[in-house]
Design a protein around this ligand. Structure first.
Ligand code: NI
Length: 176
């Protein structure tokens, strides 16, 4: 099922999400819905609060045309925790909950996280580049933080041109 994506200023987006107690068939169905919803909206990541479920669940899938060895893999992170961050740099990003805008956000170049996988097992991952950026963006959603909160001024938000949301133009399309 494709779900409706909540948009700013929906209050659910500002809530600190609750931990997921266990992996259930309902959770698995939600994960499937989130991937479908994300693909439908040409995003590369989605956090459960964005579809109205205030729980600590994130999905990420970098477009397979992305020049990135991590592209094309479906990542599901349950109760993720950020362990380590690399060097920081400015990266362009947007958010499906604030359509039509993007901005340069300072993010760590690499990130290491631990999480529970769909089998209910603990797992860890070291990510770099776009995947690391997406992880930081999506984990922020679980804290009720949106990407523009990192900006010194909302004037730094830039409007995306109408044709900017295109999977073939990854620099223009980092809505997560
Ligand atoms: Ni987002």
């Amino acid at each position: 099922m494709i779900r409706r994506i909540l948009e700013y200023p929906d209050p659910v987006l500002r809530r600190v999400a609750d931990p997921v107690p266990e992996v259930t068939p309902a959770l698995e169905a939600l994960v499937e819905d989130m991937f479908r919803t994300m693909h439908e909206n040409m995003g590369l990541g989605l956090a459960a609060p964005q579809v109205g479920e205030s729980i600590r669940l994130v999905v990420i899938e970098l477009p397979s045309n992305e020049n990135d060895s991590q592209a094309g893999t479906r990542y599901v992170f349950i109760n993720p925790q950020l362990d380590l961050l690399g060097q920081r740099r400015d990266m362009t990003e947007g958010c499906l909950s604030l359509p039509g805008f993007r901005a340069e956000v300072t993010r760590a170049e690499s990130a290491s996280i631990t999480y529970t996988n769909l089998l209910g097992e603990p797992e860890s991952l070291e990510a770099t580049g776009l995947l690391a950026q997406a992880i930081q963006h999506e984990l922020d959603h679980l804290e009720g933080v949106l990407f523009f909160d990192h900006l010194a001024s909302l004037d730094e938000l830039e409007q995306i041109p109408p044709d900017g949301l295109d999977w073939t133009s990854p620099e223009e399309d980092e809505s997560v």
